[in-house]
Design a protein around this ligand. Structure first.
Ligand code: FES
Length: 263
């Protein structure tokens, strides 16, 4: 579906002053939208018209607008980041919509992501998971030569695919359990595959999973919606790898405590 002509759309947008207030959908006209505009540019134009009318603008997160930073994200017609697979909302173009269409915008819905305002949610739960173990130990001094540590090609490729996670939260928002398993597993797997991540490997798996469990996220039941809606198409295999890392780390810790006598 690709439109060449300018579009006239009706938008139903979730408006909510803050986390304490009651939200509601409000209807806006979006006339004469260029098919080459990005979705966020279209909302920018709506906001400009609201400023002219002296009304409060629609709050939404964004930064790079290049699909890199993970700041943007909301539900469009029930889909995280909208209808186009493997695309962030900042990279979604209006040519993917039809003239006369009604489009519904609402924030990520998850206990762990409380609404800040309108389409903005607080994703600091992700930051706390990263803080729990998303780092490596490195000696101070000059940066080592990038090729000084040999890494098998397969591991480097797999680590790169996991590292592609931008932490936008689409996985949580699209999961019926609001699980953060895909996000957490991508971060654990990325570092577990690399020699630089080996130092804290076990503790990282234990701490990041514990932090994930302590937030308001639900449990993973392997429905796979997270991966299907991920703008970076992070694979479900990461979750299997996280479970393996966690089990091995738990077992290693028990062995250390019991001196290898597990009978
Ligand atoms: S604004 Fe950075 S990924 Fe969309």
């Amino acid at each position: 579906m690709e439109n060449k002509k300018n579009l006239n759309l009706t938008l139903k947008i979730w408006r909510q002053k803050n986390n304490q207030s009651k939200g509601e959908f409000k209807t806006y006209d979006a006339p004469n939208v260029s098919p080459d505009a990005s979705f966020l540019e279209m909302v920018d134009v709506i906001n400009e018209s609201l400023v002219v009318k002296g009304e409060e603008t629609i709050a939404f997160d964004h930064d790079c607008r290049e699909g890199i930073c993970g700041s943007c994200g909301f539900m469009i017609d029930g889909n995280a980041h909208g209808p186009q697979k493997g695309t962030t909302v900042c990279q979604l173009h209006m040519r993917n919509f039809s003239d006369g269409q009604t489009v519904t915008l609402e924030p990520w819905r998850a206990e762990a992501f409380p609404i800040i305002k309108d389409l903005m949610v607080d994703r600091s739960a992700f930051d706390r998971i990263i803080k729990a173990g998303g780092y490596i130990s490195a000696n101070t001094g000059g940066a080592p030569d990038a090729n000084a540590v040999p890494i098998p090609k397969y591991d480097a490729d797999e680590a790169f695919l996991s590292a592609a996670c931008i932490g936008c939260g689409a996985c949580v928002a699209s999961c019926k359990n609001a699980s953060a398993a895909l996000f957490t597993s991508a971060k654990i797997t990325h570092l577990a595959l690399l020699p630089q991540g080996a130092v804290e490997k076990d503790q990282r798996a234990l701490d990041m999973v514990a932090q994930m469990d302590s937030e308001q996220f639900g449990a993973c039941t392997s429905t796979g919606t997270c991966s299907a809606s991920c703008p970076k198409e992070i694979s479900l295999i990461n979750i299997a790898k996280m479970n393996r890392e966690y089990l091995r780390a738990s077992w290693t810790k028990k062995e250390a405590v019991h001196g290898g006598d597990m009978a």
